[in-house]
Design a binder for this molecule. Structure first.
Ligand code: ATP
Ligand code: MG
Length: 254
């Protein structure tokens, strides 16, 4: 579904992606982890061609997107819903209008249908009562959910999430995790999730890929990821109190 083939990207003097190849299959929840600056957001940006590789190819459903013309690119982008690092709601519009925005901008759908679609998504994300509220009047967790409602309003096949749980309390974070899992179960959506939160990565990921200094240091299902022999992966796991058996009790408390 999404394929990176020997992708290299240099930004400034830094080789942010160095000959990176991987594939995200249909229906996967593919999680990308790595330290700050590792190139996670840059990787997501390549998937919708907000950035172009210096060399290598990014393909979506078997189609290389590097060379697409405008119309074809628009078509490819319409397969994606994107939740950026900040929920990025427009502050001067209420939640309902924020969620409706892509439909109003990209379709000629009649207003009645727009309203009914928006209500459906608000309900899915337990935001039934928030439609009339403005972003500044709802909590961070609700803002994320509203951003997610907007990301899926066009019924995309693939949703990209850039740190969907950052800045949220643990309970709200787990709710967002559940939503991502439900999105796959109920709607068959393929997800790519960038996160710093390994607990969440292990809970929702079908695969977890770690980027470090421009390269993939691990790409495995959760059980394999925990057992990785790579030192960078192990210290990343330990930094979040996860051991090879997944138990924090085994860490020394000296
Ligand atoms: N438009 C740009 N121009 C120049 N350098 C950039 C640009 N975008 C990203 N970079 C650099 O590329 C590297 C990777 O950035 P990226 O945003 O992908 O990191 P990240 O893994 O998402 O980090 P974080 O966890 O902090 O969000 C960083 O060193 C960043 O400074
Ligand atoms: Mg980022």
């Amino acid at each position: 579904m999404i394929r990176f083939d020997k992708v290299t990207k240099v930004l400034g003097r830094k080789t942010v992606l160095d000959n990176v190849s991987f594939e995200v299959g249909e229906g996967e929840t593919f999680v990308i982890v790595g330290l700050s600056g590792a190139g996670k957001s840059v990787t997501l940006k390549h998937m919708i061609r907000l950035m172009l590789p210096d060399s290598g190819t990014v393909s979506i459903d078997g189609e290389a997107i590097n060379l697409l013309g405008r119309g074809a690119l628009r078509e490819v982008r319409s397969k994606f819903g994107v939740l950026f690092q900040s929920a990025a709601l427009l502050q001067w519009m209420n939640v309902r209008d924020n969620v409706a925005l892509p439909l109003r901008e990209h379709t000629k759908m009649p207003e009645e249908e727009i309203i009914s679609r928006v209500n459906e998504k608000l309900e899915l994300l337990s935001l039934d009562d928030a439609g009339d509220k403005f972003p500044s009047d709802i909590s961070g967790g609700m803002q994320k959910r509203a951003g997610l409602a907007r990301a899926i309003i066009m019924d995309p096949k693939i949703v990209l999430y850039d740190e969907p749980t950052s800045g949220l309390d643990p309970v709200t974070s787990r709710r967002i995790d559940d939503l991502i899992v439900n999105m796959r179960k109920r709607l068959g959506i393929t997800s790519v999730v960038v996160t710093h939160d390994l607990h969440s990565a292990l809970a929702i990921g079908s695969r977890i890929m770690m980027l470090h200094q421009g390269q993939i240091v691990e790409n495995a299902p959760p059980a394999g990821f925990i057992k990785s022999k790579n030192e960078t992966v192990q210290s990343f796991l330990e930094s979040q109190y996860i051991t090879k058996k997944g138990k924090w009790e085994e860490l020394s408390h000296e």
